[in-house]
Ligand binder design. Structure first.
Ligand SMILES: [Zn+2]
Ligand SMILES: [Zn+2]
Ligand SMILES: [Zn+2]
Length: 257
């Protein structure tokens, strides 16, 4: 199984439009971050986590040729506004693309993208998607997935565990029951917006604290703002904790039995 970080940036992306701070003008590619999203490849199937506004660019850059299912974490613009790009993958799938999320996320998608979910009489080109509400473990494109409920400020969001990998973007608090779903991880991808606290995201220090509690083999911090300079911040992180960058990719061996 392979997980690729397609985008590692916060909602504005980095560089931020109009900003001349050292990170935004940095020539280090790891400081250039598209909006957060990830791809899981397993047994020839491709599962996309979120449809960021940068999805088209990400798909072209990383050669994504098919999408068999989409897992939505929540309905914020930086995680869903690339949904129209799924049209291209319909041409490969030749069927509806199954999409999964919690109830508030699916309601937001139906409202915000009404042209997709209403019958338009075939007059407009639109993605063909099916929405399935997630309340417990399920299968996406034949791959078992465990949803991990999270609090993102007051927004109920979902993280996802697939095998020994968990992807938890956009959260400020992980409920106790959800912590119980996160033992024995080989890879934990976790929200860490910036150095100082934020009402709806984990800070880097809070994320590191959670990593120390959950003890995954490897941890990667994502959804980074322009206040995080890659090399300088990385040098101060504990062993086994890394900052994400666009295109970072992991091959994870499956547990046997
Ligand atoms: Zn976000
Ligand atoms: Zn900046
Ligand atoms: Zn969000």
């Amino acid at each position: 199984m392979r997980l690729t970080i397609l985008g590692s940036g916060t909602s504005s992306g980095v560089p931020v439009i109009g900003c001349r701070c050292p990170v935004c003008v940095s020539s280090d590619a790891r400081n250039q971050r598209t909006r957060s999203s990830a791809l899981v490849e397993k047994g020839g199937r491709c599962i996309l986590i979120d449809t960021s506004p940068d999805l088209r660019q990400q798909a072209l850059r990383f050669g994504i040729a098919r999408v068999d299912a989409v897992l939505f974490t929540h309905g914020h613009a930086d995680h869903v506004h690339g949904i129209d790009e799924l049209r291209s993958f319909n041409l490969v799938a030749l069927s509806d693309i199954p999409c999964f999320g919690n109830e508030p996320t699916l309601s937001r998608l139906r409202r915000t993208f009404d042209y997709i979910f209403q019958d338009t009489g075939g007059e407009s080109l639109k993605p063909f998607l099916s929405l399935t509400e997630v309340n417990g473990p399920f299968e996406a494109a034949g791959v078992p997935v465990v949803p991990v409920p999270l609090w993102h400020g007051k927004t109920p969001a979902l993280g996802y565990r697939i095998g020994d990998v968990a992807y938890l973007t956009d959260c400020s608090r992980i409920p106790e029951d959800s912590l119980g779903l996160l033992s024995g991880l080989r890879l934990l991808v976790l929200d860490a917006l910036r150095h100082h606290p934020h009402p709806t995201h984990l800070s880097i220090a809070q994320a590191v604290e959670l990593v120390e509690r959950l003890r995954p083999a490897r941890a990667v911090l994502t959804h980074l703002s322009h206040q995080v300079e890659h090399a300088e911040t990385q040098s101060r992180l504990p062993l086994g904790v890394e900052l994400a960058y666009d295109g970072m990719s992991f091959e994870i061996c499956e547990s046997i039995g």
